[in-house]
Design a protein around this ligand. Structure first.
Ligand SMILES: *[C@@H]1O[C@H](CO)[C@@H](O)[C@H](O)[C@H]1NC(C)=O
Ligand SMILES: *[C@@H]1O[C@H](CO)[C@@H](O)[C@H](O)[C@H]1NC(C)=O
Ligand SMILES: *[C@@H]1O[C@H](CO)[C@@H](O)[C@H](O)[C@H]1NC(C)=O
Length: 162
């Protein structure tokens, strides 16, 4: 492949990457870098962020020891793992979509809930999307600008090489 063709392909890939990342839903990695382990303060983690409907949670854990069960508030408070609502556990990198605006409660069974492996989050209705019409005193969306810039660069490159 000619060098300028490679350059154009690179630009196209960049545009695709930017568009895909801007349309992807938010994924909250439970516990941040620490993941899903005993002796992590998950209240401390959950109060630092907001959760909206159609976002996702990711639980990263060693499935030989731990699991993820969705439970109700009573079971969360008492670390009861028997009457769970659903079992999120699959391979240890497990996701759940937050489909409703309500509190969600998760814990690990095997006694680890008593060592802090439980998390409560409150899911909210997303704030309304910004109006499509241009509004004054609002910072412009930088992703749209970088896409236009890249598209400009591509047409420039194409014009130069063909
Ligand atoms: C966990 O963090 C929350 C919120 O930051 C705090 O109120 C609570 O005391 C902490 N719990 C423990 C056991 O440290
Ligand atoms: C949670 O589930 C248990 C068992 O099904 C039930 O007894 C309890 O009342 C429920 N608690 C809430 C807050 O729904
Ligand atoms: C949850 O699901 C996993 C994987 O399907 C399974 O191995 C595990 O036994 C289940 N745990 C409970 C408590 O049902």
């Amino acid at each position: 492949m000619r060098a300028e063709n490679k350059f154009i392909v690179k630009l196209l890939l960049m545009v695709m990457a930017v568009s895909i990342s801007s349309s992807m839903a938010t994924l909250h990695r439970v516990g941040g870098k620490q993941g899903w382990h005993p002796n992590v303060n998950y209240s401390d983690w959950s109060v630092r962020q907001r959760f909206y409907v159609h976002e996702w949670l990711l639980f990263n854990f060693d499935k030989r020891y731990f699991n993820v069960l969705e439970v109700n508030q009573t079971s969360y408070d008492s670390c009861n793992d028997r009457d769970f609502i659903q079992n999120i556990t699959r391979g240890g990198r497990d996701v759940i979509e937050l489909t409703e605006a309500r509190p969600y409660y998760f814990l690990s069974s095997g006694g680890y809930c008593y060592n802090g492996m439980k998390v409560a989050i409150n899911v909210e209705v997303p704030p309304p999307a910004p109006a499509p019409a241009p509004v004054k005193n609002v910072s412009p969306p930088s992703i749209a600008i970088s896409i236009s810039l890249l598209l400009f660069l591509i047409s420039f490159a194409v014009a130069c090489f063909y």
